[in-house]
Structure formats: structure tokens, C-alpha cells
Write a protein that binds this ligand. Sequence first.
Ligand code: NAP
Length: 498
Amino acid sequence: MSPQYDAVIVGAGFGGMGAAIALDRLGLSNFVMLEREDDLGGTWHVNRYPGLAVDIASVTYSYSFEPNPYWSRLFAPGDELFRYAHHVADKYDLQRRMRFDTVVKGAHWDEQNHHWVITIEGSDSITARYLLAATGFLSQPQRPDIVGIDSFAGDVIHTTAWDPDYRPDGRRVGIIGTGATAVQLVPELANRAAELTVYQRTPIWVVPKLDLPIPPAVQRLFARIPFTQRVARAVNTSILELMMVSAVLHYRQAKFLNKTAALASRAFLRLTVRSRETRRKLTPDYDFGCKRPTFSNAYFRVFNRPNVHLETHTIERIEPDGIVTVDGHKTEIDSLVLATGFNLWDVNFPAIDIVGREERNLGQWWRDNRFQAYEGVTVPHFPNFFTLSSPYSYSGLSYFTTIESQMKHMTRLLREVKRRDADTFEVTERANTEFLDRVTELLDDSVFYRGSCQTSRSYYFNQHGEAAILRPTSTVNAFREAGSFPLDDYHYATSGHS
Ligand code: NAP
């Protein structure tokens, strides 16, 4: 029985769109993209809070084959990223193959027919030769399980569900969380709220953001002579690559870089925050790099303002009109903002129920046997499946380097499938194990295992204490391997015969 589609892509963010463009280039154009939200853009559609901006320079945070000469700033604001996503979808004719408000419940491999059966909430199942999960890393919002949170009488807003009509002006606002999102949002709230209380459980390393507008003359230069933007991209990407490879992956050899970055952050704090006690509270006690550091010129400064309070006592409970901390102090608030991030390890790997050959359940198998994926894209027992937001896949600091190396891997593999006139591929157990062993060994030098990370509460670590997100190689290595992995790392089969 032939499947309805060449491929189903779950997710219409930048990862899903990259995969779609790769499929089109391979001539596998009969695909559908299923998206639970009501629009494309993934993170950049869902996150709309004030202050949202990218913090990897935009010349790099974009597809290399689709540069945008018109970024208004070095670090573009969120709405420009959203518009860029639409531009890409239009230019590559992706929208007509997207289905919004479509929640995928799960997918299972039909062993007899050699295709995937994808089940969708409130709709018929569909079948496809290939399944690509591009559900993102940070796509399952985390609502804190704090006693009494449901009893709160005022507005409760998670940063991924920002109400554009919400006005903090003149209100008493409490915000829980001090991750990268809060670092962008807190200064915006501080400017407008009557009182703002920031509930911090773990401080975050913050360094200045060297952000500048890109003058129209430079934008025109980028548009007229694209080579100039490619040079800017190459320079910026090289700097990011150097930071990643040295301070994160080779902490053992280069820890002075992490120490220097921490010193720079402390000096910045010393220069911007007047109160010694507040500075002490804002200073992390774990190594720079254990947790994703942030960039902001405005965050530290707001703690000098009389209307901003930093609360570091643990929250005991939430009452209808305020938050009570363990020291018995109650702060009355009108609105509660949850900048509490995302749940990666319980519900996101994978984000949908995926059942492969011999009824192997991916989520269960990962939890029982360590999180793993060959080259961060394929898994044994899951034929014709690409997992794009997967363990050990995130390469470099810009998500686009991950996306493009995965596109390259897919392209090489699917060309081979076609050349052999096969209908299935599946990575071998041997290749997968060798890859897992290699990344495990390489991570031994990283800040995650050599640094002092115990108190960081970093989402880079899973429930077993493994830092299983980042691929511990350079992006150059990731790209090279995506184009040169041994083709016999895969089994190929035609109508059930290898
Ligand atoms: P996050 O980094 O996971 O931060 C969540 C915050 O909420 C942490 O401070 C956490 O404290 C706190 N929290 C969670 N549950 C809590 C509870 N029950 N009680 C008290 N505090 C609680 O999430 P995020 O800030 O949304 O950022 C996630 C990622 O998104 C970033 O690391 C980054 O990769 C990305 N991001 C990027 C940009 C950008 O590029 N511009 C902007 C925003 C976000 P603990 O640390 O103690 O757990």
C-alpha cells in the first residue's frame, strides 16, 4: 500500500522549514507540515513578550542560503525573525503544505507497509514514507508546580502566551524566573509596572550585549553585494565557534576563558548595581557556561530602581492576592508573570509519542537506555525517521548551524536511498553506539563535566545528570560528517529485503 505522502514534518518552525526545503530539493515534494500553533515560525511565533530579541547576531542566526540584508540591528528583535520566517515560507512555497492548529498525537511504524502512520487529534490518521520530527527544543512551556498557583486572582501570564493587550502600567507585578527570557522582559516590565518583584531561584551570568543598529547604508551594501554579508557572517560565526569549542567543549584545557567571562560579568555587575547585597544575590556560584549565559545592558541596572525588588527566598505558596516566601513575607501583586522556561527532559524528547519497529517506544527507550541519536538525527529501530530536535544534535551556538548540518545529512542519506531504489533506511546499532561512545568521551573535557555545575540547575542536563543536548564537536566537524558519514552506517531495504 503506498503512503499518502512522501513525508510528514511535525513542526513549522525554522527546523521544519529547513527540512522541507531539503525535501523539495530532493524532489520529495509531496509532504505536509503539521503544526499545533495557528501560524508558522515556531519559537518566534509563540514568544511575543516585550523585549524579545535574538541574542546570536542575525547575520548568523538565519539560513546561510537565504541571507536577509535588512536586519535592523546586530541582534534583531523577535518580530523581524517572525517576518523572516514568513518570507522563507513564501519564497520556498511552503505555506500551502502547512496545516496549522493540527496537534499530532503520535506516529507508529507500519512494518508491513513500510511507512509511518501519523495520528492527529480530531482528524483522520495520515501515512507517509518518511517522518521528520522538528518539534524544537524549547517548545513545551513549564508552569511551576507551586502551591496555590491556581488560586491567584489576577492575571497569570506565561511568557510563551503573552497577551498583547496586557498592560503592566501602574500594577504590582511578580515575575518568577531569571533565565534568558526574564533577562529580556524584566527591564520592560520595570519601566512600566508600579512595583516589580523578581523571584530568583538561581542567578544567571549576564554579560553586556554589544548591540547596534545596522545603518541603512550597510543594509544596502549587504543587499547589493551579498559577499559583504557573507564575510560578516563568517567572522561572527568564527567567533561563536571559537567560544563554543574552547569555553564549552574544552573547558579542561581553556577554563581561563570561563573564568575571564565570569570576571567580566562580575565587573559589569559591580559597575551597574549599587547595592552590595543585591550584587551578591545576583552572582552565580557555578561556572560560566554550565547554564546558558545571557546578554543584556539593561537587566542588572533595573535592580537600582526603587520599584524593583529582588526576592531570593524560596516561594512557599501563592495566595489569591500575592506570593508568600518561606521567611513568611508576603508580597501583594496584581499580576503574575511566569518566565519559568520549558520542560525538555520529561515531555520533549520526543514531543510526540513515536513507536518504531518491534513496538519500540522512542521516549521509553531513551529513558531506559540513555538519550541518543546517531549524528543527532537518526535512531536504530526507527526506520525512515529523522529526529531533528534530539540528543547530541545541537551544534554550535546558532540553531541554524544545527538545521543546516541536519539538512545535509538528510540529503546525503535520501540520495543513497534513491540510488539503491530502496524504500527504507535505518541506522545500524553499531554506528549509533559508536557515535554515542564518541560524544560521551568528548564531553568529558566540557564545562558540563569538568566545571562546577552542581548548583546551576541547567536544562543542558537531563534527569540522569547527562549533558545530552549539545554535540561536542565543532560545527565544521558536524558539517563535514553530515556530508561524509559512511553510507553503510545505514541498512537499506527494498520491499522488506535488505
Ligand atoms: P530558563 O532558562 O529555563 O529559565 C527558567 C527560569 O525559571 C529559571 O530561572 C528557573 O529557575 C525559574 N523557575 C522555573 N521553575 C521555577 C519554580 N518552580 N520556582 C522558581 N523558579 C523557577 O527559561 P527561559 O528564560 O525561557 O530561557 C530558555 C531558553 O530560551 C534560553 O536558555 C535560550 O536558549 C532561549 N532564549 C533565547 C533568547 C534569545 O535568543 N534572545 C531569549 C529567551 C530565551 P532555576 O534556574 O532555579 O531552575
